[in-house]
Design a protein around this ligand. Structure first.
Ligand SMILES: [Zn+2]
Length: 170
């Protein structure tokens, strides 16, 4: 049931979701402490551990947000499914990812170099930079912010009553 555990930074900022086994390992190692337990127990041959719903790291860790894995869907969400060149909003199947500096010219697949782009604009732009193609970006692409990540965790947590007070600031 509550196999997913919310991981808070020492500052109470939600930073991650992990499974119960991993959470218990962190507690046993003294890396984290339980903030909220479920009524469930996890049994090992010699001991029984209460299954946590929420754990908190003992020491604050700095999260390198810009290094987080991204997916096409995350970039679309960041850009609100809006083509960053013509400004039209479209369903995911009509959108593509554009490398601002084309990959063929050394452009990286990073948060800062990828934007949501409709098929038409992507075709127009081709293998050129926006400047060369005379196209203007609507928004400067940002790295994944902690706020955005929190939004993703919140979406996952909607039905978990143990997590609510840590995520919705009730
Ligand atoms: Zn477009």
């Amino acid at each position: 049931m509550y196999t997913q555990v919310l991981v808070l930074n020492a500052s109470y900022e939600p930073i991650h979701v992990c499974d119960a086994r991993r959470a218990i390992v962190l507690i046993v190692k003294g890396v984290a402490q339980s903030e909220q337990n479920t009524p469930l127990m996890l049994h090992s041959p010699s001991v029984a551990f209460p299954v946590p719903a929420v754990i908190r790291l003992i020491h604050y860790i700095k999260i390198p947000y810009r290094k987080r894995a991204y997916s096409k869907g995350h970039i679309f969400q960041r850009d609100s499914h809006m083509c960053q060149y013509c400004g039209t909003t479209q369903p995911p199947q009509s959108l593509t990812l554009d490398h601002i500096l084309p990959q063929s010219r050394g452009g990286k697949s990073s948060w800062e170099n990828l934007v949501t782009c409709c098929k038409k604009c992507n075709c127009n732009k081709g293998d050129r930079t926006p400047k060369e193609a005379d196209m203007v970006l609507i928004n400067k692409p940002r790295p994944l912010s902690s706020y955005f990540y929190l939004h993703l965790v919140r979406a996952k947590a909607r039905d978990n009553h143990y997590w609510r007070k840590y995520l919705y600031y009730e």
